[in-house]
Design a protein around this ligand. Structure first.
Ligand SMILES: O=P(O)(O)O[C@H]1O[C@H](CO)[C@@H](O)[C@H]1O
Ligand code: HPA
Length: 363
């Protein structure tokens, strides 16, 4: 006899298979989002702790700020003082970055008096390693193609939000069983401070502030009197608010003005596609239509992993080329142009990031 249960509106579970809008999803628990995922690129907790221990045996630096250097932007490492460099190949589990323009190493040291770690070469695992090392603030940089017609090659776009396009097709670094030691189950990336749970968290304390809203209410609420949320296992459907926080975007623009960079520092929405091909003209037109100002092949997943474990983020894209939006154009994006623009703007980018680091107030 088959067992059938209604999980939530429109979703039913029949013999361990969830049916959503006519599609079948095999599940382990009652939660289809927790179906077994392939080995997680952003790291299991023990693995991440082991890497941290290994790194802390090798370096003196205890970073509080992490910086991910995009294509052609790695020159920032040159201004890091007391640099301690570890190649990805020396770190178990770190994929060796294959993109030209990415050196594939971690650089620990001091920037403007603050302890930092730079990733020269982007892979997902180090974000969680940074988190367990104590990094509170992550600066994400990338090279991106400009979609906004008013952007020029060489502009720097402060990211106000992102579109995780691969996520539309199920590619999200947070898919798989949630490890609550990193963060909650369903982080939202909206820009407000309200938490919405689809079902409510599992074992939350009912805090004293008025920022948390439950759509259905928490499962096992305690009524304690403190202002903090403690998750024993983490909430199921939390929102991850303030992803690219206004505070840090404002700081980036203030610093840009102080440096006289305001003419080429812009703001906009970053779109991530998987790559490795550059986008077709129709794709570019589509991404522009849905609200993106620039597009690349990175950053959104790192932002998701970072926000999931509670890090603050600031993102900046160097517009290295203009995306081709005209079907009849013979222009073609290419990685050489990306690196070339990166090189031309590298000193300005370094100054901007260094001064932002100097002025960052860590909570
Ligand atoms: O996002 P970063 O690492 O800057 O690199 C960008 O540049 C490469 C394409 O030229 C792609 O990897 C794209 O994502
Ligand atoms: O035009 C682009 N598309 C995708 N990624 C990129 N990285 C730099 N430029 C681009």
């Amino acid at each position: 006899m088959s067992t059938k249960s209604v999980i939530m509106n429109g979703e039913t579970k029949v013999d361990g298979v969830v049916h959503i809008n006519g599609m079948k999803r095999k599940i382990q628990d009652t939660n289809y989002h927790e179906s077994p995922a392939p080995k997680r690129q952003c790291g299991q907790y023990e693995e991440v702790q082991n890497i941290k221990n290994l790194l802390f045996k090798r370096v003196k630096c205890r970073p509080t700020i992490g910086i991910v250097c995009g294509s052609g932007i790695g020159g920032l490492a040159d201004v890091v003082e007391d640099a301690e460099v570890i190649k990805y190949g020396e770190i178990p589990g770190f994929a060796v970055s294959t993109v030209p323009g990415h050196k594939g190493q971690l650089v620990f040291g001091t920037l403007q008096g603050k302890s930092v770690v730079l990733m020269q070469g982007r892979i997902a695992l180090p974000i969680r390693v940074m988190h367990v090392m104590g990094v509170k603030m992550l600066i994400l940089t990338n090279a991106a193609g400009g979609l906004n017609e008013s952007f020029n090659v060489g502009d720097i776009m402060v990211i106000k939000d992102h579109i995780n396009m691969p996520g539309f097709a199920g590619m999200n670094p947070l898919v798989g069983t949630n490890d609550d030691r990193f963060g909650p189950r369903f982080p939202a990336m909206s820009n407000d401070n309200l938490y919405f749970y689809r079902f409510g968290p599992r074992f939350p304390a009912m805090s004293n502030d008025n920022l948390y809203f439950y759509r259905f209410g928490p499962r096992f609420p305690a009524m304690s009197n403190d202002n903090l949320y403690f998750y024993r296992f983490g909430p199921r459907f939390p929102a991850m608010s303030n992803a690219y926080s206004l505070k840090h975007r404002k700081l980036a623009h203030k610093v840009a003005r102080e440096l006289g960079f305001h003419d080429f520092v812009r703001e906009g929405v970053y779109n991530m596609l998987c790559g490795p091909n550059f986008e077709s003209v129709a794709e570019c037109r589509y991404i522009r239509m849905i609200g993106a100002d620039a597009t690349g092949m990175s950053t959104a997943h790192e932002a998701l992993v970072a926000r999931h474990c509670g890090m603050e983020i600031l993102g900046m894209s160097l517009i290295t080329n203009k995306c081709v939006l005209d079907f009849d154009s013979d222009q073609m994006a290419n990685h050489e142009e990306v690196l070339e623009t990166g090189a031309k703007r590298s000193k300005d980018f370094q100054k901007l990031v260094s001064k932002i680091v100097e002025e960052l107030e860590l909570q």
